[in-house]
Structure formats: structure tokens, C-alpha cells
Design a protein around this ligand. Structure first.
Ligand SMILES: NC(=O)c1ccc[n+]([C@@H]2O[C@H](COP(=O)([O-])OP(=O)(O)OC[C@H]3O[C@@H](n4cnc5c(N)ncnc54)[C@H](OP(=O)(O)O)[C@@H]3O)[C@@H](O)[C@H]2O)c1
Length: 252
């Protein structure tokens, strides 16, 4: 079910959206005030399913296991995911993509973009209303023509079309997986630009971004800013939170 805090992004200009999302930062996440979560960097213990456990899925998932979350890894190779989970220990486990989608109250979707239409069909009943953190990028050389169309409309809008009903937050889109794997524990946190339409989903994703070692910076809605959360844009690469805010303000 869609959050009662959910915004109709089309009815909001960007400034109004950012104000509303800022207000939502003090809304409750479960029983925990997000303002408190934001300060401690902790998201509480969560159940997370990853769909995709390659370079990005394994790096982010490992950081979340280390932060105390229960993470079910999934991909097209269950045996590899079982080995990954055994290596990580703690709250790590392995399952099929459907099992991971059912397990997680939050999903990390981190697959080649060309897999999104099929996953939208296969997992559709399980992802409706779920918070989905989407790292997946349309890369023409890898994903073919569907990536051309997705880049034209913007990755945020395209992901919403492929995953109807999911409460998508785009994040982790243009920083290398190797950097993500070593971000936790650094004294100075880089910023992580994120985009989304649902304040509760943004709140939860923000806390989980912090658990990986980045400071989340909400840059706008999926429609307005999703197109910039791919490699090769001014927001790509590692920047300070202040730089991200400055660059985002120049983008339309
Ligand atoms: N690599 C980076 O530095 C980076 C940084 C930011 C964002 N991204 C984006 O994030 C996404 C993941 O990147 P990656 O580098 O982690 O890719 P990757 O190493 O190739 O891993 C992709 C994962 O997706 C799984 N997968 C593919 N099709 C699937 C399907 N239909 N159902 C379930 N799982 C499926 C693969 O499973 P199998 O191994 O079993 O095939 C693998 O676990 C991509 O869209 C990429 O553009 C990458």
C-alpha cells in the first residue's frame, strides 16, 4: 500500500518537494524518529533482500550485514549466493530473487538494466508498495536499445515504469562498487545523491545509505533528477554533500 505520506511528484515543483521531504525527515520510521536515525547513522535492524549480488550487491550487502542487518542475497546463481552468505556470516543468507523480494522489507535492486522488465513481471506482486533502492543503470553498450529509451526518459521514470507500485529510491548509481566497499568507517563521508518520490522510502533509504558510509543528499524527485543519477553526469563520482547540493541546484 502506498504511504500516506507519499507525494504526487507531478503536483509539486522541486522546491516544494524538497521542503516536503525535509519535513518528512522527522516522520516516524517504524517507531523510531528519523531525525534520531539521521544523527546516529543507524537504521535499526532491518530485513533486506538484494536482487543482484554482483560487484555492487555484494559490496553494499556486506556493509549492511556488518551494520547488523539481515540480508538475503539473490541472483541467477543460488550456489554463489550461498557461498557469499556463508563468507559474510552474521545476518547474511541466500535465496532466489522471489525469496529475497518476499524476505526484505527493503529491496536492493542491483542488476543490469535490461533485467528490469523481466524482474518487474516476475516479482511484481511482491514489490508493490515495497521500498526498492535502485542502483541499476541503463548502459547502452551492455543493455542495448532498451537503455537508449530509458536514458531518454530518465532512469528514474523508466524504473518506475518497469516496477509499478514500488517505492523507488535511486541511490549508489555512479560511485564505483570498490569505493562503496571501503566507504564505511572513513572519517570524512562523501555525499550520495539520491532521488525518490516517497518520503518514508527516502527516510529509510537515507539511513541505509549512511550504514554503507555515505551522507545521503536528496536531490529531487525521480522524474526531475533520476536522469542525473547515472554515470557520466555532473553528479557522478564522489563529491562532498555540499558539492552535490551546489551541483544539483544548477540542474533542471
Ligand atoms: N560496478 C559498479 O561500480 C557500479 C556502480 C554503480 C552502479 N552500478 C550499476 O548497478 C547494477 C549492478 O552492477 P554490478 O557492477 O554489481 O553488476 P554485476 O557485477 O554484473 O552483477 C549483476 C548481478 O545481477 C544479477 N542478475 C542479472 N540478471 C538477473 C536477473 N534477471 N535476476 C536476478 N539477478 C540478476 C547477476 O547474477 P549472476 O551473476 O548470477 O548472473 C549479478 O549478481 C548495474 O545496473 C550497474 O550499471 C554499477
Amino acid at each position: 500500500m502506498k504511504s500516506r505520506h507519499a507525494l504526487d511528484a507531478s503536483q509539486l515543483d522541486r522546491r516544494a518537494f524538497l521542503q516536503a521531504a525535509g519535513a518528512a525527515a522527522v516522520a516516524l520510521v517504524g517507531n523510531l524518529p528519523f531525525a534520531a536515525l539521521a544523527q546516529t547513522g543507524s537504521s535499526g535492524k532491518m530485513k533486506i533482500g538484494t536482487v543482484g549480488s554482483g560487484r555492487v550487491g555484494s559490496a553494499i550487502g556486506a556493509a549492511w550485514v556488518k551494520a547488523g542487518h539481515e540480508v538475503m542475497f539473490s541472483s541467477l546463481d543460488l550456489e554463489a549466493d550461498k557461498k557469499l552468505a556463508a563468507r559474510l556470516g552474521g545476518g547474511a543468507r541466500a535465496g532466489t530473487p522471489r525469496e529475497a523480494a518476499a524476505f526484505g522489507s527493503v529491496l536492493l535492486l542491483t542488476v543490469p538494466y535490461a533485467a528490469l522488465p523481466g524482474l518487474g513481471r516476475d516479482l511484481g506482486d511482491l514489490i508493490k508498495g515495497k521500498i526498492v533502492i535502485d542502483t541499476s543503470n541503463p548502459i547502452v553498450a551492455r543493455d542495448g536499445d532498451m537503455a537508449v529509451a530509458a536514458r531518454e526518459k530518465g532512469a528514474g521514470v523508466a524504473s518506475v515504469e518497469f516496477l509499478p507500485g514500488a517505492r523507488i529510491v535511486r541511490a549508489f548509481n555512479a560511485i564505483s562498487a570498490a569505493r562503496m566497499a571501503e566507504a564505511a568507517g572513513k572519517s570524512e563521508r562523501a555525499g550520495m545523491p539520491i532521488a525518490g518520490d516517497d518520503p518514508d522510502a527516502i527516510s529509510v533509504a537515507s539511513a541505509l545509505v549512511r550504514d554503507v558510509g555515505y551522507e545521503p543528499v536528496l536531490v529531487g524527485t525521480l522524474a526531475a533528477m533520476g536522469k542525473y543519477l547515472i554515470p557520466g553526469t555532473p553528479l557522478a563520482g564522489e563529491h562532498s554533500p555540499e558539492e552535490i547540493r551546489r551541483v544539483a541546484a544548477t540542474l533542471k
